[in-house]
Design a protein around this ligand. Structure first.
Ligand SMILES: [Zn+2]
Length: 249
């Protein structure tokens, strides 16, 4: 079944009068399941890790159309992924319903330095499988777009105003960057989701999503350059190991 981002993409495509041409995109046939060229399809690698946390993507207008959008990867793995196109003037009633659903504790993920301090939280309750699960499940709201789009979404969405803001800690971010040998400060959406899952104590899911991004990046770049896939790359092997840990657990 197509997931939330896939459905949003289809709806967005149906609304556009002219075909969307991805920058640097390739014109070969794309797989409907992973958006990659058929020769570089990665659908067989899609991980499934049950998570207690959910993810709600608020996507800037063209975001679902970009073949490089990584919200797609989140939706591949996290069963409870919701995706909504963002517009200042209209709000999908389904989004408002979701925010009212008592099973979720929603958090807007946004840098705390831009927010009144009393709204900012820096951690979420950890998932302890042994506990009776009466506590609410965390729902991470990710603003998926450029930084200026994300700021606009944050400021101009009154339904977000009452929610706590989860600010990722610098320490956590730099640890992540060290591990991934990242130099820049820009995190893609699936990386933010990995950090959130890790905060919620869902480490296997966090690492699987992180590795799945590496695999996607490989397939994406190889497709772009028309190079073959290295099916035994470090990322592919790691994804396989993580799947093994899941079956053992
Ligand atoms: Zn595919």
């Amino acid at each position: 079944m197509p997931h939330a981002v896939s459905l949003l993409r289809a709806a967005r495509l149906a609304r556009s009068s002219k075909p969307f041409l991805a920058r640097g995109g390739f014109k070969r046939d794309r797989c409907e399941g992973c958006r990659l060229a058929l020769t570089h399809c990665m659908c067989s690698l899609r991980p499934s890790v049950p998570t207690r946390a959910g993810v709600c993507l608020l996507m800037a207008d063209v975001e679902p159309l970009k073949p490089s959008n990584t919200g797609w990867l989140i939706a591949d793995m996290v069963a409870d992924t919701f995706a909504f196109g963002w517009a200042r003037t209209e709000t999908d009633p389904a989004l408002l319903e979701l925010l009212k659903d008592p099973q979720w504790q929603a958090y807007v993920v946004f840098p705390g330095e831009f927010v009144a301090p009393e709204r900012v939280v820096r951690s979420v309750p950890l998932w302890d499988a042994g506990e009776t699960q009466t506590a609410k499940r965390p729902l991470f709201i990710l603003l998926d777009g450029t930084w200026s789009e994300a700021r606009k979404m944050f400021r101009k969405s009154p339904y977000l105003d009452q929610l706590p803001v989860l600010s990722l800690e610098l320490a956590q971010i730099s640890q992540y960057k060290l591990r991934r040998s990242r130099r820049d400060d820009h995190f893609c959406t699936s990386e933010v989701a990995s950090l959130c899952l890790s905060l919620a104590g869902e480490e296997l899911a966090a690492q699987t999503l992180e590795t799945y991004l590496d695999v996607f990046t490989h397939h994406y770049l190889q497709a772009k350059n028309q190079w073959p896939i290295a099916w035994d790359s470090a990322a592919h092997q790691r994804l396989g190991e993580l799947a093994g840990q899941r079956t053992k657990a």
